[in-house]
Design a protein around this ligand. Structure first.
Ligand SMILES: Nc1nc2c(c(=O)[nH]1)N[C@H]1C(S)=C(S)[C@@H](COP(=O)(O)O)O[C@H]1N2
Ligand SMILES: [Mo]
Length: 306
């Protein structure tokens, strides 16, 4: 096992590399993989993120049973238990706002039209747990370009499905529904920014945000909005769920940053998810280790814009 950081993890806590490689070979060949649209070839961007990251993927079983998806409850075990009732076909995604060609695409058309690739990303929740996930998806920028981004557009807003009949958490007022997130346009157009349609070579599990979720690997997990139905290009910074609810605790940017603590806990360390238990902690890395995004924030005070 190659670990970049000293941890308490043992061989048993992670998927052995041979198994993962074998699975990847299987993935490229399997008919199921065609449905997810996995390509055997890997892009330059994907190999670059692999170079950043030498951790082994988190076990599928852990990544799909320890989740945040407040539409299904606040306990980590709620989404795996309750998300099964969500209908994810048919599913329509709307791209509107400051675009030349507003689009309404079915998920199946999206899967046909977009180039699906695999990206192994580090992922970190603001609460301090981290994992490593092989996502399948396409670059958000390819979708935005399809719609034609108008020059006045400066931000991208995202919305999750609003369907209290299938999302029991939406019957309460814990958050303002639908869940909303946003990115600055340059963040949204960055090649690392992914719309995921699958995980580990399989269709995205419902608890992880089926059928389509955002993945922004250098930001805290809450930015990676699940079960997206609408993407809107805007001129003004859009309101975002956690920022509306507790602006002192959750900023709009939410870049992973060991030097800026959450008011109620430190962000200096993180713990990898494994075996349903937490392994030993290790230092948090600036931008979650994705150094190439630093240029997006040059000259910005990241304490002020946290
Ligand atoms: N719609 C929606 N998206 C969401 C959330 C949520 O509650 N609702 N939780 C966020 C948080 S806090 C995290 S850490 C990640 C968790 O993603 P995962 O369950 O796939 O690990 O989803 C994010 N996306
Ligand atoms: Mo999170």
């Amino acid at each position: 096992m190659r670990w970049r950081f000293k941890t308490d993890l043992t061989e048993n806590d992670v998927t052995p590399e041979e198994v993962f490689r074998a699975r990847r070979r299987f993935m490229a060949a399997a008919a199921g993989a065609a449905a997810v649209g996995v390509l055997a070839g890997r892009t330059a961007a994907a190999s670059r993120s692999d170079a950043v990251l030498k951790d082994e993927p988190t076990r599928y079983e852990d990544a799909t049973t320890y989740n945040n998806f407040y539409e299904f409850g606040t306990r980590k075990s709620d989404p795996a238990r309750l998300a099964g009732q969500l209908t994810v076909r048919p599913w329509t995604v709307r791209i509107d706002g400051l675009v030349d060609r507003p689009l309404e695409l079915s998920l199946d058309d999206l899967l046909k039209e977009m180039e699906i690739e695999e990206r192994i990303y580090r992922f970190r929740c603001v609460e301090g747990w981290a994992m490593v996930v092989p996502w399948n998806g396409f670059m958000l920028r390819d979708l935005l370009r399809k719609a034609g981004v108008r020059k006045e557009a400066r931000y991208v807003a995202f919305e999750t499905l609003l369907r209290p009949s299938e999302m029991p958490g939406q019957k309460g007022r814990l958050l303002e529904w639908p869940y909303r997130e946003g990115l600055r346009l340059d963040e949204a157009m960055h090649p690392l920014t992914l719309m995921a349609t699958g995980m580990y070579g399989k269709p995205l599990p419902k608890q992880n945000g089926a059928p389509l979720r955002l993945v922004v690997p250098w930001k805290y997990g809450f930015k990676s909005i699940k079960s997206v139905v609408r993407i809107t290009l805007t001129e003004k910074q859009p309101p975002t769920t956690w920022n509306m609810m507790a602006p002192d605790e959750y900023g709009f940017y939410a870049n992973v940053n060991p030097n800026v603590d959450h008011p109620r806990w430190s962000q200096a360390t993180e713990r990898l998810l494994g075996s349903g238990l937490f392994a030993g902690s290790r230092p948090t890395r600036m931008f979650n280790g994705y150094d190439e995004v630093a240029e997006l924030y040059r000259g910005m005070d990241l304490r002020k814009y946290f």
